[in-house]
Structure formats: structure tokens, C-alpha cells
Design a protein around this ligand. Structure first.
Ligand code: HEM
Length: 101
């Protein structure tokens, strides 16, 4: 009589990515020249590379307008990252989109 198979829709947990953030895209493999196109301009996302790994900073408040303390997206920022954020674990929070080729 009673159907016990139904469930309440699961509640979005704070630590889970929202459904529209879950789409899996294949990892990119970009040269530095290709990375330069991901500069947050003309609808392009804003990517930065640190130690060969490419991260998405498009939605980072601290990287609004694809720039951050005069740094620009679309570049390898390994040096500036080490100089300013070494040991802060910031990169672990960013979405990895690929690697430098
Ligand atoms: C010139 C070197 C840099 C300086 C002086 C600097 C400074 C800062 C400061 C002061 C904040 C805190 C901003 C806030 O609370 O709103 C911040 C946040 C952040 N920075 Fe940098 N930064 C530098 C380089 C970089 C680089 C190279 C990256 C990425 C590769 C980076 C990624 C981030 C991210 C993702 C945040 C947000 C952290 C959070 O919300 O917890 N920064 N930075």
C-alpha cells in the first residue's frame, strides 16, 4: 500500500559541488601560448598555471576581472605564487582544469 521507495530530494551539502558544477570535462593539455588565451577576456575563462598544473580562477573573488595584485590570468605564475602564498594551501581549493604541455 504505502510506497516506501520515494525519498525527499537530497539536501545540497555545503561541501558538495552544486549539480551545475559537477560536469566533468576532459583535462586540458596546453602550451604556454595556448594558456595565454585563457585570460578571462571576451568570454574566455581565467586560467593560471603553477608548477605545471592549470587552475581555474574565473569565479574567484580575489581574481575578479582575471587579475590579482597586478598579476594577469593566462600565465604561468609559479614564481609569484611561491613568493606570495607559499604554504597557504590556496591552490588545493581551486579547480584543476589540466596541465602545461
Ligand atoms: C604578487 C603576488 C600575490 C599577492 C601579493 C597576493 C595577495 C593576496 C591576498 C592579499 C589575498 C587575500 C585577498 C582577500 O582576502 O580577498 C589573496 C588571495 C588569493 N590569492 Fe593571491 N596574491 C599573489 C599571488 C597569487 C597567485 C600567483 C595566485 C594563484 C596562482 C593567487 C591566488 C589567490 C587566491 C585563489 C586567493 C583567494 C584565497 C581565498 O579566498 O582564500 N595569488 N592573494
Amino acid at each position: 500500500m504505502d510506497n516506501h521507495n520515494w525519498r525527499y530530494p537530497t539536501v545540497q551539502k555545503r561541501w558538495e559541488r552544486a549539480p551545475w558544477q559537477q560536469q566533468q570535462t576532459p583535462p586540458l593539455s596546453l602550451t604556454l601560448a595556448e594558456l595565454a588565451q585563457y585570460n578571462g577576456k571576451k568570454g574566455m575563462p581565467a586560467y593560471i598555471a603553477v608548477d605545471g598544473v592549470i587552475y581555474d580562477v574565473t569565479m574567484e573573488a580575489a581574481w575578479a576581472a582575471a587579475s590579482h595584485f597586478s598579476l594577469r590570468a593566462g600565465q604561468d605564475l609559479s614564481g609569484p605564487y611561491r613568493a606570495c602564498h607559499r604554504g597557504q594551501g590556496i591552490l588545493a581549493r581551486l579547480k584543476v582544469v589540466g596541465q602545461l604541455r
